[in-house]
Design a protein around this ligand. Structure first.
Ligand SMILES: NC(=O)c1ccc[n+]([C@@H]2O[C@H](COP(=O)([O-])OP(=O)(O)OC[C@H]3O[C@@H](n4cnc5c(N)ncnc54)[C@H](O)[C@@H]3O)[C@@H](O)[C@H]2O)c1
Length: 367
């Protein structure tokens, strides 16, 4: 590849680049322009830091740099961890022109962005995503949050990064299951808004699974372009941005029903997208062939597509009623009219949902 790709996120004075390419962590001259002031706090975790932290630190010579290494895992995306970021910023004597660099997956990105939104009412931050999910989704668009015991992402803010630095070479160390879970989000972009990209993914699924660097970079860029466009048109999710939640109402319900950590987020979304597509067929919005294609592509990516057998439809429906997208007690879902054509459907018939959930159960299910 000749130099990294740059996908711009156009938000007026808050516009920023998404750099995509191998070796970008070592290319400090490119991303240092996004930093403000002299103080930089790098936040990472104890899995990613041993692999990549030194390369980022090396690029920050001449600045006042500190690092905070948190324990790995969603269990640490908490207010307590945010407090640790604040303590590290205080220790660094960080002023309003300080920058937080988030080096890691979506957990580190969401937490660091949230801390950056709060410190002195908002300081700069730079995303350096190292999971496929974070590269194509969580690092772009400015949604930041921490979890509470009562639920995921309940406390957060919209706070855009000043740059997203996607070093695709970091995917080499990503566990296979995490790569596949990230591919679910990649497929989501084709499914919700880009039929040509979906067909491209069908042609290149094997190369993606084999971690072909060029193909991965192209896929990431396509996803980022689509997300950047949606975010530019609807930054705070008044409308179109909700389409990015295709499969998520089903998926979140599945994550809760199975207990967090049993299904990875991407795995739950894969199952959820298939249910959304099947429900669209049931409601005669789309043909069955498109749902078949979606299920086949996800299965090729090594992702689950049916509901674990022990989870009954009624339980899932109850959990879906708690979704943030619902309005006035009516189930509002992202469904589709076929590949590349997702849309928001208000007030979906619950009997149809139960039928689809029943049919979507793995073999040997109980109602
Ligand atoms: N802000 C948003 O718009 C948005 C969108 C989607 C998801 N999210 C959030 O993202 C989080 C999930 O993100 P995730 O899937 O990246 O999980 P994660 O951050 O927990 O990373 C997954 C695992 O991979 C490890 N890892 C990361 N990079 C690695 C690398 N290059 N090599 C080896 N191991 C590596 C991590 O340490 C972790 O164990 C959730 O908290 C979710 O709520 C946010």
């Amino acid at each position: 590849m000749s130099g990294p790709l740059n996908v711009p996120v156009e938000l007026g004075a808050r516009s920023y680049p998404i750099w995509i390419g191998p070796g970008l962590l070592d290319d400090a001259p490119r991303w240092r322009a996004a930093l403000r002031g002299r103080h930089v706090l790098i936040v990472s975790n104890d899995v990613v830091a041993p692999l990549y932290l030194q390369r980022v630190v090396a690029g920050l010579e001449g600045l006042s740099v500190s690092t905070l290494i948190l324990p790995d895992g969603e269990a640490h995306k908490t207010l307590d961890s945010a407090a640790r970021v604040f303590a590290a910023l205080a220790e660094l004597k960080a002023s309003r022109d300080a920058t937080i660099v988030a080096l890691g997956g979506g957990v580190i990105g969401d937490l660091s962005g949230f801390a950056a939104a709060c410190w002195m009412r908002g300081i700069a931050f730079v995303q350096m995503p190292t999971t496929l999910l974070a590269m194509v989704d969580s690092s772009v668009g400015g949604k930041t949050a921490v979890d509470l015991p009562q639920g995921k992402n309940l406390v957060g803010a919209f706070h855009q990064p000043r740059a997203v630095v996607v070093d695709t070479a970091t995917l080499a160390t990503l566990p296979e299951r995490e790569l596949r879970a990230g591919l679910a989000e990649v497929v989501k972009y084709g499914a919700l808004g880009d039929a040509a990209f979906f067909a491209w993914l069908e042609r290149h699924a094997d190369a993606l699974l084999a971690r072909d660097a060029q193909i991965l970079a192209e896929a990431i860029a396509a996803c980022c372009r689509q997300k950047a466009g949606i975010v530019a048109r609807d930054e705070t999710e008044q409308g179109e941005r909700a389409l990015l939640n295709f499969g998520h109402t089903f998926g979140h319900a599945l994550e809760t029903a199975t207990g967090y950590g049993v299904l990875l987020h991407g795995e739950a979304i894969a199952i959820g997208m298939v249910q959304a597509a099947r429900l669209s067929t049931q409601l005669q919005l789309a043909g069955a062939a498109d749902a078949d294609r979606l299920q086949a592509l996800l299965a090729r990516c090594g992702l689950p597509t049916s509901i674990p057998r022990r989870i009954g439809p009624r339980r899932l429906l109850d959990l879906m009623r708690l979704d943030k997208k619902n309005v006035s007690g009516r189930l509002r879902l992202i469904l589709w009219r076929g590949i590349g054509r997702a849309e928001i459907v208000p007030d979906v018939d619950e009997a149809a949902i139960v039928r689809v959930l029943q049919e979507g159960l793995g073999a040997g299910a109980e109602g």
